[in-house]
Design a protein. Structure first.
Length: 330
């Protein structure tokens, strides 16, 4: 099966009360860890590349790594551009064979966001590619878009219908309290549970519900959805790392979102933490090792373990590959 778009994935995810994991990829071992996990659980998956990933690895390497993964697994895989900052990067990815792009115009005003998104949609749709756009601003840092916490703003439900209709976009990323990176909340914004883990304030499910009412059945995307799993943070800190007070989105909230109109959940920081944990643990146990195949393999093993956990416990997409392939094949 060739690379697929996300239309059929989102249709099934919405009907079935699950979400598709969108995992950021930057190198071979990350692609392998994710797709090994997805194939083992027969889960559809979205592999996404940021501008930084394309700069780091070269877009052609990433496209071919993803195509190699596709050849040895029998699951639907979409290749998506994460946070495209302008028309040119979206066009470049479409021309490179990506099946989905995000145009992130969230930092423009409403009318300009619509105009720029529409331009990308027209080119993408003419080439059979789907488009994700964003309304509202998440706090955090992406390659070309930096949003300070005080500038972050929830998505306004009153704007979504006009935005979706005027742009013709295929899915919409919204801001309901998630943010990018491993330090999503300050400790003073959180309470501590019985295990001493920092628990942040709840996501704004009330805003999500309002949005669902305005655009029923339309696929919603959650960015900044890493949970910052304490297990990996502990391994990192126990083996020479220093990640104090890292806080993510609790998994029960993401599971609740996956059962709603949220069809795509973006995860990058958790992959970074898992890989770093595997490599740090390896070096601490084997200071004499210097063969990258030994220590990077341990990072890959933790990525596979993490993605299997996400698919089963958070996304609910295990075993869903066949129904999507069936829909695509008609
Ligand atoms: O949302 C941002 C992603 O985590 C990608 O991060 O731009 O550092 O590759 P990056
Ligand atoms: P995290 O930093 O929470 O993993 O978010 C990743 C993301 O939204 C990529 O677009
Ligand atoms: Zn993002």
């Amino acid at each position: 099966m060739p690379l697929v778009g996300t239309k059929e994935m989102f249709k099934k995810a919405h009907e079935g009360g699950y979400a598709i994991g969108a995992f950021n990829v930057n190198n071979m071992e990350i692609v392998q860890g994710i797709t090994d996990a997805a194939a083992a659980l027969q889960s559809p998956v979205i592999l996404q590349c940021s501008a930084g990933a394309r700069k780091y690895a070269n877009s052609h390497y990433l496209v071919h790594l993803v195509k190699a993964a596709l050849e040895i697994s029998d699951i639907p895989i979409a290749l998506h551009l994460d946070h495209g900052a302008d028309f040119d990067i979206c066009k470049s990815c479409i021309d490179d064979g990506f099946t989905s792009v995000m145009f992130d115009g969230s930092h423009y005003d409403f009318k300009e966001n619509i105009a720029k998104t529409k331009e990308v949609v027209e080119y993408a749709h003419a080439h059979g590619v789907v488009v994700e756009a964003e309304l509202g601003k998440l706090a955090g840092i992406e390659d070309d878009v930096k949003v300070a916490a005080h500038d972050a703003a929830y998505t306004q439900p009153d704007e979504v219908e006009e935005f979706v209709k005027s742009t013709g976009v295929d899915s919409l990323a919204i801001a309901i309290g998630t943010s990018h990176g491993a330090f999503k909340f300050k400790p003073e914004q959180c309470t501590r549970n019985a295990d001493g883990v920092l628990v942040p304030p709840e996501l704004r499910f009330d805003i999500l519900e309002e949005i669902e009412k305005r655009i029923p059945g339309f696929p919603i995307v959650l960015h900044g959805a890493s949970s910052v799993i304490p297990k990996y943070v502990k391994i990192i800190n126990a083996n020479g790392g220093k990640l104090d007070d890292a806080v993510g989105i609790p998994e029960d909230q993401l599971r609740k979102a996956a059962k709603s109109a949220v069809c795509k959940i973006n995860i990058d920081s958790d992959l970074r933490l898992a890989m770093t944990a595997g490599i740090r643990e390896h070096f601490a146990a084997h200071p004499e090792h210097f063969d990258p195949r030994q220590y990077v393999a341990d990072g890959r093993t933790y990525i596979k373990e993490l993605v299997e956990h996400k698919i089963k416990e958070v996304l609910g997409s295990d075993g869903k590959a066949p129904e999507i392939m069936q829909l695509i094949k008609g």
